[in-house]
Design a protein. Structure first.
Length: 321
């Protein structure tokens, strides 16, 4: 994923959410609508989340150290996980509490034009932010569906902003419906019901985000397309005859570790084997530029030894080699 594209989407969401948070809080002060209070806290939490994503992206750029020899690329995953926690606790749980209180102690909405006007403004601003996130995502998601993109993306920023903006738009619609029905019926309970629905929505989105970022934190392999390119790049039939086994791991969204045991001819000299490994590393980096850390271990292939080690069937030479 383009880091610039992710940053652009985050900044667009941050500007929209800060302006919306101020407008929503003013609407709450003038109208007493609990939906407006819940939505203002939601927008404030979203603004903090975008700040966390920007901070994570900045910290992930630090150079590797002896204590962290593979760098800090995974900090982007950590801060994305923090976003899900903030969204759950500050956004979702607060909205549920506020909705419950409003249902238990309902009161009429004053100055109805404030919440209605602010909600319309917020929907327009969030649509702009959501459109920016969609545009930036379309440039990197290729043929993947939106569900596949959220589940498979190695860079967390765009999926997080997409889900946040989608949740914000749906939440605004729920708030608009709740406020409108409360105004039409004169019963403030509907405002509380809208607030309650917003809280449930935010918690659902937070759980989805937590599940996806947890997988990234645990460590995900390269995608099937990248794995295929790496396998094809390693084997050249002459100096590297096959892959005995291979593992890949994302050290960050744009950093990939490749470790493989490769079969070489048993009559090659040490110098020839070293040259074969260097050439294979060059082919891997040319095929998959994000493969930054590569470890290739030469060996003589033995089918029974490979099976005993649990490596499974070895990779045969790639077609055309």
């Amino acid at each position: 994923m383009s880091a610039a594209g992710g940053t652009k989407a985050i900044v667009a969401a941050l500007v929209a959410n800060l302006s919306i948070a101020v407008a929503k809080f003013l609407a709450f002060l003038f109208s007493g609508s609990s939906s407006m209070l819940a939505e203002s806290v939601h927008s404030l939490a979203d603004s903090g989340n975008q700040g966390l994503l920007l901070l994570g992206g900045r910290r992930a750029k630090r150079e590797a150290t002896p204590q962290h020899p593979f760098g800090y690329g995974r900090e982007r995953y950590i801060y994305a996980f923090l976003v899900s926690i903030v969204l759950f606790s500050v956004g979702g749980m607060f909205a549920i509490y506020e909705g419950y209180e409003k249902i238990k102690h309902p009161h009429a909405i004053d100055n109805w034009y404030w919440p209605i006007g602010v909600l319309v403004f917020a929907i327009i601003a969030e649509t702009f932010s959501f459109r920016t996130a969609i545009k930036e995502s379309n440039e990197v998601r290729g043929s993947l569906s939106w569900t596949q993109f959220v589940r498979r993306a190695k860079a967390p920023e765009l999926p997080v902003v997409l889900l946040e903006d989608l949740g914000a738009l749906v939440g605004l619609i729920l708030a608009l419906v709740g406020v409108s029905v409360a105004l039409a019926t004169g019963d403030g309970v509907w405002d509380g019901i809208g607030t309650l629905c917003i809280g449930v929505l935010l918690i659902v989105i937070a759980v989805v985000l937590a599940a996806e970022t947890k997988s990234l934190l645990l460590g995900e392999s390269a995608g099937a397309e990248e794995v295929g390119k790496i396998e094809a790049a390693i084997v050249d039939s002459a100096s590297v005859t096959r892959i005995i086994h291979m593992r890949t791991l994302h050290l960050g969204p744009e950093e990939l570790l490749v470790a493989a045991k490769i079969a070489v001819p048993n009559d090659n000299t040490a110098a020839e084997i070293a040259a074969s490994i260097n050439a294979a590393e060059e082919r891997i980096r040319a095929a998959v530029p994000i493969a930054r850390v590569i470890y290739l271990e030469p060996d003589v292939y033995d089918a029974s030894a490979a099976a005993a080690a649990g490596a499974g069937p070895a990779k045969p030479p790639a077609p055309g080699h």
